[in-house]
Design a protein around this ligand. Structure first.
Ligand code: ATP
Ligand code: MG
Length: 448
């Protein structure tokens, strides 16, 4: 993509309304624009990252055997009356009346809707286990929307729901999700720590939240410092294996890690030696629940158990804050010049900066680099504007592409361009082909 043809409305001034760094950078980098309180338009750069995050989630859900689908954003109130949550959900639910005076609502979560789909279509244990999920917009009329996409009113969420014959099977689904989420967040360059949590209005018996440590996090967290050494890494997991999922789950959840809601100081002190006790702030980027037969009882979702009995299915639900993740990633990865995208979610794989736009040789070298990268299936952003070098660098630093290739007449005389890492700031000079090869290797693509 040539920057001169792209839509990147970068702001020079720091917007006064933004209190935290991710919100400031998302506005300044032209990623989002507020439409009304807690509701945002996703401009091209922000939309690209949102899609990248979504892609990773879909890939990891497929790996775990979960099935994608899509439900509407507007629901009828009827099912919520049936489950008893219509009144219980309170002011966060956006209630709408249609022209026939029917009570509708903008979906804050979809346990009722999915359970209705299940009960209408599944009646035998033979169709279990089953895990369905969607990535869809949600609306919660938060009393204080703030911090940009971190606490919006409209936000994008992955929500999944498992249906199992027994509690044991449902607990396997719970563990499988925990493992799958660890992989998912790591691929986004994040360390998200599972912490035992409170279940809130979803209700339930077992629940973990995933928290990313960051100074601006809304939750206070207490944890054993050994937790931050754990990496899921490249290990191969058979998601059908109860033992394997349980082993990972135990590895990642046996050490003390709680939010302020569930923290018990005496337990913390008993379980963790003083030198390993840490308190910090954390951003909740996901949560998983096992809630047994709460919704299947309320909505009468049963299956034949194969022994002549109809039994209520055991369920759980699992959420990832897709739009919040953009903010969380920026909070965890930035410096005073701008965002530093992890390679897994970067909107463009690298930037190309032409130091002397209009110089035949420099223009030709940039065009060749751009074509070579595109031919490899990569997505470079070529700053071809007639701007000062300093302004081009500032834009690249702000939007946070992890790699930058700088091209100028002086280097070209010696047959080299400069490759710079956004994270370390380190540069090396190398021939253009070698720069392309290096970028290709970083992203794991090979020339055809
Ligand atoms: P919170 O405690 O932050 O209000 P929650 O526990 O009510 O969130 P869940 O029902 O667990 O939220 O939703 C799943 C995920 O959706 C959360 O882990 C969070 O990442 C994200 N999320 C929830 N509310 C918002 C919001 N208002 N704006 C952006 N993301 C949100
Ligand atoms: Mg939650």
């Amino acid at each position: 993509m040539r920057l001169s043809r792209y839509f990147l409305p970068v702001l020079k001034e720091t917007p006064a309304e933004a209190q935290i760094v991710s919100h400031r950078y998302m506005l300044r980098a032209g990623m989002i624009k507020q439409a009304s309180a807690g509701i945002y338009s996703w401009l091209p750069l922000g939309f690209k990252v949102l899609r990248k995050i979504e892609d990773i989630i879909h890939q990891e859900q497929a790996r775990a055997g979960h099935i994608p689908m899509l439900m509407p954003t507007i629901q009828s109130a009827d099912l919520w009356r049936e489950s008893g949550r219509y009144d219980a959900y309170g002011a966060e639910m956006l209630r709408i009346t249609d022209r026939h005076d029917r009570d509708m609502l903008f979906t804050p979560t979809a346990e009722e809707l999915i359970t209705d789909i299940f009960r209408a279509n599944v009646s035998s244990y033979k169709d279990l286990p089953l895990t369905l999920y969607q990535i869809q917009w949600k609306f919660r009329d938060e009393i204080r929307p703030r911090f940009g996409v971190m606490r919006g009113r409209e936000f994008y969420m992955k929500d999944g729901y498992n249906f199992d014959l027994t509690k044991e099977d449902a607990l396997h689904a719970y563990n499988r999700h925990l493992v799958s989420y660890l992989r998912t967040y790591e691929r986004m360059g994040l360390q998200a720590i599972p912490m035992r949590a409170d279940s809130g209005p979803i209700g339930g018996e077992d629940t973990h939240e995933f928290l990313v440590l960051a100074e601006t996090g809304e939750s206070e967290v207490f944890y054993d410092s050994q937790i931050t050494d754990l990496k899921f890494g490249e290990r191969a997991i058979d998601f059908d294996s109860v033992e394997q999922c349980q082993a990972v789950m135990e590895e990642f959840t046996s050490r003390y890690a709680r939010t302020d809601e569930t923290h018990v100081q005496a337990e913390f002190e008993a379980q963790v030696p003083e030198e390993r006790r840490r308190t910090a702030r954390g951003i909740e980027v996901g949560q998983i629940f096992y809630f047994g037969t709460k919704y299947s009882d309320a909505l009468n979702a049963t299956v034949n158990d194969g022994q002549g009995k109809d039994v209520a299915v055991h369920m759980g639900s699992h959420g990832i804050g897709v739009s919040r993740l953009l903010g969380a990633i920026i909070e965890a990865s930035h410096d005073d010049k701008g965002i530093i995208w992890p390679e897994g979610v970067t909107p463009f794989h690298c930037g190309i900066v032409n130091l002397k736009q209009g110089d035949d040789e420099a223009d030709a070298a940039c065009d060749a680099l751009h074509s070579a990268l595109v031919a490899l299936g990569l997505d470079p952003l070529y700053d071809d504007r007639k701007e000062r070098a300093g302004a081009k660098f500032a834009t690249m630093d702000l939007i946070g592409l992890p790699w930058r290739i700088t091209v100028g007449p002086r280097g070209l005389k010696n047959g080299v361009v400069e490759l710079t890492s956004r994270r370390t700031g380190e540069s090396e000079e190398l021939p253009p082909e070698a720069a392309v090869a290096k970028i290709a290797a970083i992203y794991g693509v090979t020339a055809a």
